[in-house]
Design a protein around this ligand. Sequence first.
Ligand code: NAP
Ligand code: ZN
Length: 346
Amino acid sequence: MNTRAYAAMDAASPLVPYQFDRRELRSDDVQIEILYCGVCHSDLHQARNEWGGSMYPMVPGHEIIGRVTKTGAAVTKFKIGDTVGVGVIVDSCSHCKNCKAGYEQYCEEGATGTYNALERDGVTVTQGGYASQIVTKESFVLRVSDNLDLKAVAPLLCAGITTWSPLRFAQVGPGKKVGIIGLGGLGHMGVKFAVSLGADVTVISTSQSKEADARKLGATGFLNSRDKEQMKAHAGTFDVLLDCVSANHDYTWYLNLLALNGRMMVVGLPTEAPKVQPFSLINNRRSITGSMIGSIQETQEMLDYCAKHNIVSDIELIPIQQINEAYERMLKGDVRYRFVIDLSTL
Ligand code: NAP
Ligand code: ZN
């Protein structure tokens, strides 16, 4: 099906208008007209081949909100007109241990990314949400409540679930002191969730100018991570740190903030391997763990939680023509706190 989009044609050029064919509907597929798509820092990392292995032309975008326009013959969960979401993955093997346990993001054969990945046939390249429509297997499509502001719901599909999942895994709630490192797209959702779950939340940021926002989001504390004295004064006080930083940084600098048995959960994906000082780990029996997005079931639970508790992202809506400028502004930290593309401008 002919689909209009914006694509990166190589690692060095701006994104440009692009047309391509989506697959025809299989019996278990849903066809979705895309209304909004969030702009994740992972889009920029991949469009510019910062992680290696990028495939071009590449249509980025994995924070997709749209309306169902067609359903395959075997589809049972959705009907035409339903408001739905598609996140970071669109398929997995479905038979490995992790898939069977409901952790398809950790599929042993590798989950299929929404873009810059190969479908299960091993040859067809997937293309993402900076596009007029998408065709997705129904088991990877999420139900979205119409009660929320849909353009501000889009970032929940990646920034939301990627922070929700580790915070839940770490049993963040009342009595836990939580630090969110990096107040960007992921970070601001991390703050909203940790606050909503009842934790005592501090934002740990390189941008002093974000302090007022951090407090508006519900944080009780703000640490300027460039200020040595402030960082020292808070050493050994946090139970959980969620690292949402997109740029290369020193893990040891933050590890020292952790109390006994404290854990730093890494979701940010800079390009260089970080430095870790072993003494900072053995002291207070600290640990570092990583977390990748979340499962489909968990994503649905998060979306339902957001509908119930009226939680959405803070966004700046842009026409698709401004995507390249948005990338530059995201790199400078000049976004409060997520760009979302209005696909009606395509
Ligand atoms: P973003 O909106 O650009 O936010 C990144 C934040 O990092 C910035 O707002 C800034 O916060 C902080 N930062 C920037 N440079 C820094 C530096 N040199 N030192 C310390 N902090 C710095 O990016 P995002 O979309 O939230 O994505 C964040 C990262 O998560 C990306 O690497 C992305 O690829 C990754 N990601 C991972 C998953 C996963 O499954 N694990 C899913 C999605 C995205 P302050 O101004 O507050 O310092
Ligand atoms: Zn993302």
